[in-house]
Write a protein that binds this ligand. Structure first.
Ligand code: SAM
Length: 413
């Protein structure tokens, strides 16, 4: 593990308010990584083919964690010891804490730089994958930052990007505005007073659900990150797709797509399901964000938009085509089978523990459950689809499997 301290660029100006903020309120709050350990090979394969169904697993891959905060870079280095992980952040506290954690865990495949995303080209390297979560929406010029990241993507490289979403965070923006009007700062007294005040907030307030259910309010630094952040904007689906296009990126897929699809979850039971399905994909996603109303963030996988990256995991993959016969489905590691309290005619409910919407359940009939049980990363589509041809497609759309299409004749849409 090596650490480089570089000046943060940003024109050599005085520290940006965001840099000062995260030096004082590092995110996530100093962590003990606990039981993070190398991912089993099948989980690594699932993570790889979620992004690149057709691309064989490389022996080594270069991963950039952009705006790594206190623990994300170390987590990635531990999960994937075969990756060369490079991580950058403008906050000295974030880099120091990452270095401390990396030393504590004996991490050897991580290089840390105190560097702004806007200056990422100074690394003089390119990357197969860039992970940038919870950062771009804090930049002065998000498009500029994203474009800088896009320029250090290797050919066929992918960016995993997470940004805030506006409607689910409406309560956060109400309280941010409330705090601005009262001049609430980030001193411990101000935060203690705010915590005491929030205890009395009406239960029906739009922030009520978040206060009760998310870890964003679990301690002072997390609360400051959510409610007292000096710069924080959110992107609706159309705004995010616009941001990607403006930065020279192409939408690949949602990290978890089922919440955005009209045939998954409760919307599929409504008369509008068909009507939404008739829209172009981008319009479907926008409609689902409005229907769900509570999305807090969007996590998306994007590729450089220069026409050289045919890989796609968009939801429409055709598993019934002749070319699909040799592909190997892999279960998502977070997929779970429930067999209690199942409606008549079905044997199980299949769900992905990483979903936050409780309606995203796929009920399986006996023959479908038998097929799901046989998905082990080796059995081919041809062997599986015979019994339940449409079920593989539904499993993909519900984020329960991904396809390894690297061995077959290639992916046809
Ligand atoms: C909310 S934290 C997210 C940390 C981490 N990505 C995660 O998901 O745990 C945002 C991080 O972005 C960093 N950051 C903000 N602006 C940045 C910039 N222009 N360049 C690099 N890092 C930046 C902050 O210092 C902070 O550590």
């Amino acid at each position: 593990m090596t650490t480089t301290l570089r000046s943060t660029g940003l024109g050599g100006a005085a520290p940006d308010e965001i840099e000062r903020f995260y030096d004082e309120h590092a995110y996530p709050p100093p962590t003990v990584l606990g039981s993070v350990a190398p991912r089993p090979p099948l989980h690594r394969r699932a993570a790889h083919h979620l992004i690149w169904p057709r691309r064989p697993m490389p022996e080594r891959r270069r991963l950039l964690v952009a705006g790594c905060g206190t623990s994300q870079a170390v987590r990635h280095a531990l999960l994937d010891p075969d990756a060369e992980v490079v991580a950058i952040d403008i906050s000295t506290t974030a880099i120091d804490e990452s270095r401390r954690l990396a030393e504590e865990r004996g991490v050897r495949n991580l290089t840390l730089h105190r560097l702004a995303i806007e200056d990422v080209a100074d690394l003089g390297a390119d990357f197969d994958q860039i992970v940038c979560t919870g950062v771009i929406h804090h930049l002065k010029d998000p498009e500029f930052g994203l474009r800088a990241l896009r320029k250090v993507l290797a050919p066929d490289g992918a960016i995993t990007l997470m940004v805030y979403a506006p409607y689910g965070r409406a309560g956060v923006y109400l309280i941010q505005e409330y705090c601005r009007r009262l001049g609430v700062g980030t001193s411990s007294e101000d935060i203690a007073d705010l915590v005491a005040t929030l205890r009395e907030i009406p239960r029906e307030h739009p922030i009520g659900r978040l206060l009760r259910t998310t870890r964003d309010f679990s301690d002072d630094d997390a609360l400051a990150d959510a409610l007292l952040n000096p710069r924080d904007r959110a992107y609706s689906v159309p705004q995010l797709l616009g941001l990607l296009a403006d930065a020279g990126l192409r939408f690949g897929r949602w990290v978890r797509q089922a919440p955005y699809l009209p045939d998954c979850g409760s919307i599929s039971e409504t008369p509008h399901s068909r009507r939404i399905a008739d829209l172009p994909p981008a319009e479907q996603y926008a409609a689902l964000e409005l229907f769900r109303g509570t999305m807090l963030r969007h996590a998306v996988i994007a590729f450089a938009d220069d026409g050289q990256h045919p890989d796609t995991t968009a939801a429409e993959i055709d598993v019934t085509s002749a070319g699909a016969a040799e592909w190997q489905p892999i279960r998502m590691p977070t997929a779970r089978i429930i067999t209690e309290r199942i409606p008549p005619g079905f044997s199980a409910a299949l769900l992905n523990d990483a979903h936050t919407d409780p309606d995203l359940v796929l009920f399986a009939r006996p023959e479908e459950l038998a097929m799901f049980d046989r998905i082990d990363g080796r059995t081919s589509v041809a062997d599986l689809r015979a019994g339940a041809p449409d079920f593989l497609r539904r499993l993909i759309r519900h984020d329960l499997i991904v396809l390894d299409a690297s061995a077959g004749k290639g992916m046809t849409q």
